[in-house]
Ligand binder design. Sequence first.
Ligand SMILES: Cc1cc2nc3c(=O)[nH]c(=O)nc-3n(C[C@H](O)[C@H](O)[C@H](O)COP(=O)(O)OP(=O)(O)OC[C@H]3O[C@@H](n4cnc5c(N)ncnc54)[C@H](O)[C@@H]3O)c2cc1C
Length: 388
Amino acid sequence: MNFSLSPEQEAIRDNVGRLCGRFGDDYWLERDRTGSFPHEFHAAVAAAGWLGIAMPEEYGGAGLGVTEAALMMHTVARSAGALSAASAIHINIFGPHPIVVFGSAEQKQRWIPDLVAGRAKSCFGVTEPNAGLDTTGVETRAEPAGNGYVIHGRKVWTTTAQEADKVMLLARTTPRADCARRTDGLTLFYTDLNRDHVEVREIPKMGRAAVDSNALFIDGLPVPLEDRIGEEGEGFRYLLHSLNPERILVGLEAVGIGQNALHRATQYAKDRVVFGRPIGQNQAIQHPLAESWMALEAAYLMGLKAASLYDRGEPCGVESNATKYLGAEAGFEACTRAILTLGGMGYAKEFHVERLLREVLITRLAPVSPQLILCHIAEKALGLPKSY
Ligand SMILES: Cc1cc2nc3c(=O)[nH]c(=O)nc-3n(C[C@H](O)[C@H](O)[C@H](O)COP(=O)(O)OP(=O)(O)OC[C@H]3O[C@@H](n4cnc5c(N)ncnc54)[C@H](O)[C@@H]3O)c2cc1C
């Protein structure tokens, strides 16, 4: 057993950290205030080649694993940009996964180089208003038309759809009632986000204003056969394959945001003098911060374990879900405690921890809720009956 990073992994952390350091608190505060997409940051990450970290080398990527992608996203979220920075590139890092694993050579050649170079931006259209976490209940349907399909339906919360030119879409090709299993009959597409047939309406939301999330109204979107990933009816299983990497990345992003807040709180606790001594000399201030340090560190280790299992091709569902749960809960606690440590100033935008709290909440809600992770752990780790 070896807990140290390789020199290559250390270099990833250092170089990504240096790049993120070029985009400081003022840059991200302004993006949050104006709700404008961080194009300069996205372009810098693309130019340095980081968007292709986990993409195959033959298509312009670095061919590295989920471990390296997770280290990268942890570093990004720990920087001033927190989840705004991570979400601006997150979909490009993990979203193409089904293409890499299940796409044809022709599709990979057609799509991946553009994603790696940052020439194309994609978004992920899975969640629907009437299905929620029960993904097999999606109502968006793809009907055969000519040499392809035509798609009708609705998606909700589709992140970066204001900016994206491509969308990964999950749609029903066989009604649920006609399928042997409810996971059958769903098909995955990666296609142009053609705004003649898709209305993209931004959802006003609590935080991470720089990166949009949207409702999509899809009306007769034509999709050629060559934009279908793999076999018709197998989309749910293809999607499942990419869920574990996403959970690992989101979990470590949440850890990064929590450590970001903890760092700010610790610094403030050293500097702020009340009753003639630094507030950080009081155990009531120290202990919650010390607890958060441990919780964040433990979630981080779980994340590295999950990523290492994934990269070795071993089962990692329980560990990946645990990473997302532990990271999000620890990150949320750390941000809340940071605000309390700063007292009234914790509520002021210029101290940034309120922004971190608003952002870290997303990692608790998405891509799967804490309740459903607990259901999964109860079933898969403890062998209790499935409850949902
Ligand atoms: C900012 C943001 C960005 C997002 N980006 C994307 C994106 O890019 N693409 C995308 O496809 N989706 C995206 N999502 C959607 C996100 O993945 C969903 O919101 C999430 O999966 C929860 O689904 P829901 O909101 O429909 O909750 P629901 O399914 O309506 O659940 C509501 C609550 O009920 C609980 N619940 C439901 N059933 C059970 C049960 N059986 N047992 C216990 N508890 C239960 C849930 O845990 C949850 O707390 C995003 C969401 C947010 C907030």
